[in-house]
Design a binder for this molecule. Sequence first.
Ligand code: ZN
Ligand code: ZN
Length: 346
Amino acid sequence: MKAVLFECFAETPKLATLPDPEPAPHGVVLKVGATGVCRSDWHGWMGHDPDIVLPHVPGHELAGTVVATGKDVTRWKAGDRVTVPFVGGCGACPECHAGHQQVCHNQFQPGFTHWGSFAEFVGIHQADLNLVALPETMDFATAASLGCRFATSFRAIVDQGRTSAGEWVAVHGCGGVGLSAIMIANAIGANVVAVDISDEKLELARGLGAVATVNASETSDVAAAVIEMTKGGAHVSVDALGHPATCFNSIQNLRRRGRHVQIGLMLADHATPQVPMAKVIAHELEILGSHGMQAHRYGAMLDMVATGKLSPDRLIGETISLEQSIAALTSMDTFSSVGATVVTSF
Ligand SMILES: [Zn+2]
Ligand SMILES: [Zn+2]
């Protein structure tokens, strides 16, 4: 098969010809129909992820067609159109038994713990547990865009944040994750305040349903501005960027008993940000995380896509070829594209 391979961190990957994968007994092999290019792939390529063993094939936001199944697989057959969360469960640990595969003790992450989907074919483990059937009407590019940013935002707003209609939701950072969170919160009837430093992104946020915006580069106290707009603070607030400043503001702008959900990754020297803990206690705030979403929760999200309440296709930017994915991957830190870049030809 054709695949993007890197043998050293931070050196330009090459387009290689590799043996086709064989399915594990509990796994399947998919013919990749689309795979998203994500900043997590860039971090992996740079050597920031200890799970990656060289040589490596990146790619974790994928959708495709089953072409081979292991002997123990009962739910899937060749020809099925599927996607997969970026965290797959092992099926055997206490968290998997409790239905929380997104925090499994022995995670299967294509493109990190195993070879990923910047390739014509990819193997997926524990297929009966981890695969999600696609609606016939959903194209592969849209499906690939769900697995990482969109599903994590869905879990953050719906399951972790427990957002309900009429509540105020503050979204800090209006990149792909933040715009997803805005679309989802708006769809379930919440009132969204979007925060960013770019007027262009705030305009996109308004287009996806934000009823108010704060330009953080022109506002001395972002939390105070959100508290004023929401007449007392947000019920739910998310840091969709992953930065000490947005994390702090997201907690600081909550009303009493509000819920902060951290979606943006906190890496390296950002890993232990300052938290206004006195306010967490006095106002009984909740601090939550969101780490992908388990396969068995995809149905709720896919139904909202099928009925038109959510339109993840609006967040797709450029579609490119596997060959072009090398430049897209290596320039991820310098090139800020509007919308997700998705590989659709292999
Ligand atoms: Zn991703
Ligand atoms: Zn597990």
